[in-house]
Design a protein around this ligand. Structure first.
Ligand code: GDP
Ligand code: MG
Length: 784
């Protein structure tokens, strides 16, 4: 017997034993790595670690250190291939409808919900199973985005199109009801505690075994459920098929084949979902432990536990069968919730021990094995898989370059370079110029109209120089921001970022992070708020904290107006170069900070890296459109709320003195007076102009305000007012100083007040030091 770590590429082996402990081991088991399973080593990452495996028809990555914990023996490859080829073809059959003709309860015989109840649905499924696509299909454009109570994970709710009596919640993707990351906890507690009327469980047909593992656990919760088997278009195009009727019979809930991307089967899904929710039709099957399977040891164990905990489960509000499996599995959270007596715990301990002895597997492995055994039986009877799908072949081909030994990192640099180049100097920039000239023309027109109408000069000043110029200067950056979000979402949805995490893992580990941290960091280039939220997918607290503290170093899009403004004014020829240099500077300082964090506050090892590598897919236009619309809306809202208010306030404070008399020289204004207090702090870094201090303070509200404030405060040519060195200082300082209030608030929600306050202070200190250093370099080069 050897371990998975020593297995050569292309070799198929059988898992004999999974060592390790706790949540990580449970996660391995949940992902399908259980004794008896056959896995094939696909490839090693360019730097030799992690390794990617093919298991149960999908690709999974694992670090060598974790692969070492899995004992394997070699198997006869020919046998494996033969079993794949023998897949039979299913005949096409009519899918029974609802009501009298259908299998699921004749019309009206159930126990319907009272009239007027809003039916609440939870949309549950694995990551990348098409949840978001389906959600957008079901709800159309009528949806609202918010947060789950108490946490900042994105929560999307919406009513089904044409059904105002429904409410669907799109939950974060989960692989199992044993939560591994904090985002998974959200999904699990929504299902268990929010008591939705029904679950819509979305299952990826092209990856059905692993997806059904979650289904098994959802069925145990005894909540009415309908299964949507998604990606049917892909499965059938590759020659696969599913016997839906038999699957329905074996699972005891309606199963509807759909294609969310192609919009087929959605109406039928809605009919079934509404029907089961309305008539409260519970799953007919909850028991998946065969009486005679492996001597029936687990069957007896589960049923024994069931009887023992019945009253406790009821008191704790937990579904009985679900609680029993979790107790058998050894799930601490559920065991604690049941509040068992010591003698009961002891009894259960004996029952489990007996089962482990008879079964020859430990408790977690035995329960996972039971689920996968049932799934195997189910799939053998109902699913005819294509040998290898076109999509998988295509992905393997793309991966030869994008994760190839010598090509992975260069491709990454080229792709990211291209994204920024297209955003800042081609698509986004072109659209921005267009919008800018439009806005300027509008402002000129308005100004003229005011002059003609002989409007009071102060009012005209407020509207034209204050509001229009201020908000307009920010608004014109909308195209660049939307373009950057477009590319980032393309990278994420296509499956590329998962690959980046795969081949960057080894490098990131040197800085004390894991490959998964790359996702929040890349999103940080868009906006720090969603970046901080997305750290919820990281399974360890330490990694999460550290990643959150590093995201502010990734220059967000709100700073783009600042770069654009100064680069255009001071370095019109090299504006692209200046922007790039700032981004790189942010990354370098971030790396230095990571090294510092790693050796001070965040000692210890980054968490294991277990991640699915989905096939490459072209993101749906609808999803991308929806996302861009949300981002644009958000930006415009900010421009017209926080930035508008800040602009007006600045304009007012600049034009009046403490006695509310209009001032002729802004240097006498309230603003100059107040700013004079903090200006000395900026003196050593060459920004001791009160107007700069004011802009930076406004920038803490929203980074775009730096520019709108400067627009209000400097009515003449800015290149006359500042030296090049001052411009450089402002740029560097803006890059690094405190994140905006929205970002700080999201850090606060994730980590608490202390961390958020510390972050604000720390970022300012870092910004100050780095600005000083950059100034020194420029002074040495003779720039003043
Ligand atoms: P989520 O992670 O579960 O929210 O999944 P998404 O909705 O983001 O979908 C993941 C990917 O699968 C996207 O690229 C979708 O375009 C694609 N996808 C979703 N549904 C289907 C489908 O029915 N057929 C095919 N071929 N692709 C789909
Ligand atoms: Mg999604």
């Amino acid at each position: 017997m050897s371990t998975l770590k020593e297995t050569a590429v292309g070799t198929t082996v059988r898992i004999e034993n999974v060592h390790g402990e706790g949540a990580l081991r449970q996660h391995f088991l949940d992902m399908g790595l259980i004794p008896g399973t056959e896995v094939t080593v696909v490839k090693y990452a360019p730097m030799g670690d992690p390794v990617s495996l093919s298991v149960r028809g999908y690709d999974l990555t694992l670090r060598l250190a974790d692969a070492e914990k899995i004992d394997v023996t070699s198997v006869d490859v020919r046998k494996v291939q033969a079993s794949v080829r023998s897949g039979k073809k299913n005949k096409k059959a009519e899918h029974p409808g609802l009501g009298e003709g259908g299998r699921f309860h004749p019309k009206g015989s159930g126990d319907p919900l009272p009239d007027g109840t809003v039916m609440r649905f939870a949309l549950v499924g694995n990551q990348n199973s098409g949840k978001t696509t389906l959600f957008n299909r079901l709800t159309g454009s009528k949806q609202h985005v918010g947060n789950f109570p108490g946490v900042t994970v994105d929560r999307k709710d919406g009513a089904i199109k044409g059904r105002p009596d429904t409410l669907i919640t799109d939950l974060p993707g989960i692989y199992s009801m044993s939560p591994y990351s904090s985002e998974e906890i959200v999904s699990r507690s929504f299902v268990l505690d929010d008591k939705p009327h029904a679950i819509i469980n979305i299952v990826d047909a092209t990856n059905i075994e692993r997806n059904l593992y979650l289904t098994m656990q959802l069925l145990e919760t005894d909540i009415p459920m309908v299964i949507a088997v998604n990606m049917m278009d892909e499965l059938t195009a590759n020659g696969g098929s599913i016997d839906i009727n038999t699957m329905e019979e074996m699972l005891g809930v309606p199963v509807v084949p759909i294609s969310a991307a192609k919009n087929s089967g959605i109406d039928e899904l809605i009919d079934h979902a509404v029907h089961i929710a309305h008539y409260r039709e519970k799953p007919l099957q909850r028991d998946f432990c065969g009486k005679d399977e492996n001597g029936g040891a687990l069957h007896r164990c589960l049923h024994g536990i069931r009887h023992l905990i019945e009253d406790h489960a009821e008191k704790a509000g937990l579904p009985l069968r679900f609680a029993a499996s979790k107790v058998a599995e050894g799930d601490r959270l559920i065991i604690d919730r049941l509040e068992l007596d010591d003698s009961e715990k002891e009894m259960i301990g004996h029952i489990v021990k007996q089962m482990e002895n008879e079964r020859g597997l430990d408790r977690s492995a035995a329960v996972a094995d039971m689920r996968f055994t049932y799934i195997e039986k189910l799939c053998a009877r109902t699913v005819s898989k294509p040998a290898e799908s076109r999509e998988h072949k295509r992905s393997a081909k793309i991966d030869r370059i994008l994760t190839g030994k010598w090509t992975a990192i260069p491709s990454f640099i080229i792709i990211m370079g291209l994204v920024f180049f297209l955003t800042f100097s081609v698509i986004g920039a072109w659209l921005q110029e267009l919008l800018e000239s439009g806005i300027s023309a509008l402002i000129a027109l308005a100004d003229e109209a005011f002059v003609r109408a002989e409007v009071n000069a102060t009012i005209r000043g407020l509207i034209v120089d204050g509001i229009f110029e201020g908000v307009g200067s920010v608004l014109s950056f909308l195209p660049i921001i939307v373009t950057l979000f477009f590319f980032l979402s393309m990278l994420e949805d296509s499956g590329y970022i998962a690959r980046v995490a795969f081949f960057m893992d080894k490098i990131l580990r040197k800085f004390g992070l894991s490959g998964r941290s790359i996702v929040p960091l890349l999103i940080g280039f868009g906006c720090t708020v969603p970046a901080v939220m997305s750290t919820r997918t990281l399974p360890s607290d330490r990694d999460r904290k550290m990643t959150i503290l590093l995201t502010p170093f990734m220059s967000c899009t709100a700073k783009v107006p600042i770069y654009g403004f100064f680069a255009d004014a001071f370095f019109p020829e090299y504006s692209w170069l200046v922007t790039t240099a700032l981004y790189i500077l942010g990354i370098i300082v971030g790396i230095l900070a990571a090294i510092l964090y790693k050796s001070t506050i965040f000692r210890g090892e980054p968490v294991p890296f277990v991640m699915e590598l989905p096939n490459y897919r072209l993101p749906g236009a609808r999803n991308v459109g929806q996302l861009l619309w949300e981002k644009a809306k958000d930006f415009i809202q900010r421009a017209f709320s926080i930035i508008l208010v800040a602009t007006v306030a600045v304009w007012f404070l600049k034009n009046f003195d403490l006695h509310m008399n209009p001032v002729s020289d802004p240097a006498d204004s309230i603003l100059a007076l107040a700013a004079g207090v903090i200006s000395p702090i900026f003196a050593p870094v060459g920004m001791n102009d009160w107007r700069i201090s004011v802009s930076l303070v406004c920038g803490a509200l929203a980074k775009e305000s730096v520019v709108s404030t400067l627009e209000v405060l400097f009515t003449d040519d800015i290149t006359q007012a500042f030296s090049v060195l001052t411009a450089v200082s402002i740029l560097v300082f803006s890059l690094l100083y405190t994140p905006c209030v929205a970002a700080v608030a999201s850090v606060k929600r994730e980590l608490g007040v202390k961390w958020a306050a510390g972050l604000v202070l720390w970022q300012c200190v870092v910004a100050w030091i780095v600005t000083l250093a950059v100034r020194a370099v420029f002074l040495l080069m003779g720039v003043v």
